[in-house]
Design a protein around this ligand. Structure first.
Ligand code: G6P
Ligand code: MN
Length: 447
């Protein structure tokens, strides 16, 4: 089996490779093709993978290329994990929004729209090349904003492209453990869009255990989302939101906290990652050690402002070790390759499951996966509150895709203006103009 990783010079590729090394079953991945537009990054990550594979018998063979078609040829699976505009682009996404008084974040609010406008045209180009060169391949999309990007690729790849994120399974696992339930045996009544969903039930042994979790202050304070949102609000809500909803429910406080720090997350990562790639280039023999140190710093500072706002304390050691990102991808790939039925929360077309959304809207929802792909399963319907927010953000995503694909400035303006975290059309116009001036990929949207 051959796996192609687009964005193969990316930092988290080593997590995926680590997971592959642990897979000893038949039909496992035996060859990994790394594609990246940046040769230096490819070389650094290849050095990390080489050191990870040391002493492991039959480790998947790794090749590197900067030629997309060459990377895709013969692929059984394609992971797409690219960052258009790099971390430099991310810092502009964040900074422009913050300077105009709205949330600047990688995937949520104005920052996510700018990132989407940049990424969608590239993702569509990739989807077209996959359809031409590797039409049988299954495509697993990690590229953020993951829901929007997956929806943009579907016209070219159909349901062979599946979007993934580790946050819903992470939430499910943490909630199950807080209840003393084995995470693998529970059913998660989770629904929403990527980075905008809620756990509305957690069934174990045929019983919904979520009400018991919501009742117990002790259990709630034992895990990340319980501490972020607080028992009082969780009980009012009757559900546990994805951690990214902290930016919506505590919009003022998180905005102020993010504005108060000199460095945005993107800026921090830009400096951290640049140092990692530079040092690895100088000392390739220390690649793995440098990677591990960098990873630990990156994980422990994740969503640090939200945790400060909520007074939630340090990140749980178990969360950092649990292996979300790569495990979701590996489970999905295994279920397809071995025709082993699995239940995973994925970004797929709604196909009638959530009544408030049309069939083709990409939603994040539990699916049954086997060799035929991923099919959404029945979950509870959305409440009015959930549906209101989801439908608003779906309209934003679709306007962003329309703007990215057609170049329509009015579609781009609508996307910013309709976002629940952008509070005025004037601000939306300024955001669009400012992004168009500062991001080379978006100059076509200038007034
Ligand atoms: C979570 C999200 C991802 C995001 C990642 C890293 O896993 O689900 O979508 O890419 O965090 O965030 P960071 O701020 O560290 O780049
Ligand atoms: Mn995610």
């Amino acid at each position: 089996m051959r796996l192609t990783i687009l964005g193969g010079g990316g930092f988290r590729v080593a997590l995926v490779y680590q997971a592959l090394l642990g897979d000893r079953g038949t039909g496992r991945i035996t060859s990994v093709a790394l594609f990246d537009t940046d040769r230096t990054r490819l070389t650094s990550i290849a050095a990390v993978l080489g050191q990870q594979a040391a002493g492991v018998a039959d480790a998947p063979v790794v090749t590197e290329t900067t030629d997309l078609d060459e990377a895709l040829r013969g692929a059984d699976f394609v992971f797409s994990a690219i960052r258009v505009g790099g971390l430099e682009g991310r810092t502009v996404d964040e900074r422009v929004a913050l300077d105009l008084g709205v949330l600047g974040q990688e995937t949520v609010g104005a920052g996510g729209i700018a990132y989407g406008l940049r990424t969608v045209p590239v993702a569509v180009g990739i989807a077209q090349r996959i359809a031409a060169v590797a039409p049988e391949a299954w495509v697993i999309n990690f590229t953020n904003p993951a829901g929007m990007v997956t929806e943009a690729m579907i016209p070219y790849l159909g349901d062979r492209v599946i979007g993934i994120c580790d946050s819903p399974s992470g939430l499910g696992r943490r909630a199950a453990l807080a209840l003393g339930v084995d995470p693998a045996t529970a059913f998660y009544d989770y629904a929403g869009l990527n980075h905008l969903g809620w756990l509305r039930g957690l069934r174990s042994g045929g019983v919904d255990r979520l009400p018991a979790l919501l009742e117990s202050s002790e259990a709630l304070s034992s895990f990340e989302e319980g501490r972020l949102f607080g028992a009082d609000w969780l009980r009012s809500l009757g559900a546990i939101p994805n951690e990214y909803l902290h930016y919506y429910y505590f919009a003022r406080e998180t905005l102020a906290a993010v504005q108060a720090v000199q460095q945005t997350r993107g800026k921090f990562l830009l400096e951290q990652q640049s140092a990692f790639y530079a040092e690895t280039t100088r000392h390739p023999e220390r690649a793995l050690e440098l990677w591990q140190k960098t990873r630990a710093e990156r994980e422990s500072t994740y969503m640090v402002e939200s945790r400060e706002v909520a007074d939630a304390g340090e990140r749980d050691e178990r969360d950092m070790a649990a292996g979300g990102y790569e495990q979701v991808a590996l489970s999905l790939m295994r279920a397809i390759a071995h025709n082993e039925r699995a239940s995973l929360i994925l970004n797929v077309r709604n196909r009638g499951v959530l009544h408030h959304l049309d069939d083709d809207a990409v939603v994040e929802i539990p699916c049954t996966v086997d060799a035929n792909g991923a099919l959404p399963v029945t979950v509870s319907q959305l409440t009015d509150h959930q549906a209101g927010l989801i439908c608003s953000v779906k309209a934003v995503e679709r306007s962003t895709i329309e703007a990215a694909v057609t170049g329509s400035r009015s579609a781009a303006l609508r996307a910013f203006a309709w976002h629940p975290l952008v509070d005025s059309v004037t601000a939306a116009g300024k955001l669009l103009e400012s992004y168009a001036q500062q991001l080379p990929d978006l100059t076509r949207f200038r007034a």
